[in-house]
Ligand binder design. Structure first.
Ligand code: NAP
Ligand code: MG
Length: 483
């Protein structure tokens, strides 16, 4: 048994965050009251405390935001030289860094994720995306899209709740660098960091209308993506909603990028460095409570080492600390909403009902809020729901394989194709496997690594189009990459 350390509480202070009691919509550079929308509340999922009232944009509000973006594109942002746009984007990146502590605390409050993740991953990566694309704004002629690539115009962007600020950065930074203007809709349960980002855009003197942020539920998202005034729609979220949007846009000529769900295989060969692999498996599925589209939710482990990997995993999971997201020692925070918690519970129950063996470490769940313990299923077979459906929670399904070919077959036996992981000492095996796995991103001897210069996106039901890197520019420019 590994020694269990007792940690003193180390809560991050909430005092750095100035929550307003209520927020308007951010349209044409100002916070405004909705014309035909309403209000809704956003809560802290770790305590169910209401954090603020937020506005919901109705049809007239969506229209107003799209018009503001169109005007800003025609009059200001489209004609502006890339080197000038670059300065604004760079300024946003700098302010994100300066206000990083405030953003991290706010993100953990609204989303439930551990502060060490919002502080060390979400916020720094969001700033890195703005820095990276600020560098591209005056170099678009060298991006491989022809000598003078043109922006598309106005982009409608809808994002999910799992990485609220980071997803906003993934959408806004490349769109702005390429001369497009934006209307962004954050998820209903996590609107606050996007609204703080709106304040940061004001602080950076970004011209009015270049970015508009309209909060609301799925109806607002549906009204936005259907608006005829858009040239481009980008959506990150569930495969189900992605399909609806694709049907809606068929025949309109509007460009579309979809970043959808996943059911990634994390493949561990018998020659893998065991303790490193165990850390990678834990990071792969328990990072952000498993609410990650590219989570390594199916562990494929080679038969001879299956037992020792599962034992090592159980020992490691016993040391994870679940609780207050604002405590700097917390590894596992709250599930984002009661809806998501119900979904995780139902899928975990189906695993047991279909014959897999369920295990969780001995941890106490707080009384209030939405919590689910880290969970491991062994004896999983490919036909079970927990091996096929995206759980989007801290639940790992363990399957075994004998040969590399069997690993490839099982890994590709999914309707998704977003990411995969390979753990082995042999470089040749990494290349052999990576060439055969149908996944947009393949990590070798690591997992869940992100960098703004590296493209991210899926195949099949995980969507199409890429975000990040030079490829991420293509989604917002006329023409296509030449290689
Ligand atoms: P979701 O229900 O599809 O919601 C995503 C966003 O779309 C939210 O802002 C949502 O608003 C909005 N929305 C809902 N219905 C809509 C409609 N009919 N038309 C337009 N917009 C609509 O997904 P979710 O459950 O929040 O997020 C989890 C899913 O996202 C998972 O499947 C995950 O794999 C995927 N995801 C993918 C990536 C990636 O990069 N590939 C990254 C993160 C998450 P409300 O919040 O108000 O419902
Ligand atoms: Mg919330």
């Amino acid at each position: 048994m590994a020694p269990r350390f007792v940690y003193a509480p180390a809560p991050e202070s909430r005092a750095v965050v100035n929550l307003r009691p209520s927020y308007g919509l951010f349209i044409d550079g100002e916070f405004v009251e909705p014309i035909d929308g309403g209000q809704f509340k956003t809560e802290n999922p770790s305590s169910q405390e209401v954090l603020a009232e937020v506005s919901s944009a109705g049809l007239a509000d969506v229209d107003r935001a799209v018009r503001a973006a169109r005007r800003a594109h025609e009059e200001v942002w489209g004609p502006m030289p890339g080197r000038e746009r670059s300065k604004y984007i760079f300024r946003v990146a700098r302010i994100l860094q300066e206000r990083s502590r405030e953003l991290a605390v706010l993100e953990s409050l609204d989303n439930g994720k551990p502060i060490k993740e919002s502080r060390d991953v979400d916020v720094p990566l969001a700033a890195a995306h703005f820095f990276y694309y600020a560098g591209w704004a005056d170099k678009l002629a060298y991006a491989g899209l022809g000598p003078g690539p043109k922006p598309l115009g106005v982009a409608g962007q809808v994002i999910p709740w799992n990485f609220p600020l980071l997803m906003a950065a993934w959408k806004l930074a490349p769109a702005l660098a390429t001369g497009n203007t934006c209307v962004l809709k954050p998820a209903e349960t996590t609107p606050l960091s996007a609204l703080l980002l709106a304040e940061i855009l004001q602080q950076a003197d970004l011209p009015a209308g270049v970015v508009n942020i309209i909060t609301g539920a799925g109806d607002t998202g549906a009204a936005l993506v259907a608006h005829p005034g858009l040239d481009k729609v980008t959506f990150t979220g569930s495969t189900e909603v992605g399909k609806q949007i694709q049907r809606r846009l068929a025949g309109t000529g509007r460009r579309l990028t979809l970043e959808l769900g996943g059911k990634a295989a994390n493949i561990v060969f018998e020659d893998a460095p065991l303790s490193q692999a165990v850390e990678g498996i834990v990071n792969g599925i328990f990072f952000n409570q498993g609410q990650v589209c590219c989570a390594g939710s199916r562990l494929l482990v080679q038969e001879p080492i299956a037992e020792s990997v599962v034992e090592a995993l159980k020992r490691r999971l016993e040391t994870l600390r679940l609780g207050d997201p604002l405590d700097k020692n917390t590894d596992i925070g709250a599930i984002n909403s009661s809806t998501q918690l119900d979904k995780i519970r139902a899928l975990a129950a189906s695993g047991e009902a279909e014959g897999a063996q369920r295990w969780s470490p001995s941890c106490t769940l707080p009384e209030r809020g939405y919590w689910f313990p880290p969970t491991l299923f062994t004896g999983v077979v490919p036909a079970q729901r927990i091996a096929r459906e995206e759980i989007f929670g801290p639940v790992l399904s363990v399957l075994t394989f004998r040969t590399p070919d069997e690993a490839v077959e099982k890994a590709n036996n999914t309707t998704y194709g977003l990411s995969a992981g390979i753990w082995t000492e042999k470089g040749s095996r990494i290349l052999h496997m990576a060439a055969r796995l149908r996944a947009g991103v393949v990590w070798a001897n690591t997992f869940n690594r992100f960098d703004p210069s590296s493209p991210f996106g899926g195949y099949r039901e995980s969507g199409f189009g890429r975000e990040g890197g030079r490829h991420g520019l293509e989604a917002y420019l006329e023409g296509s990459l030449d290689g």
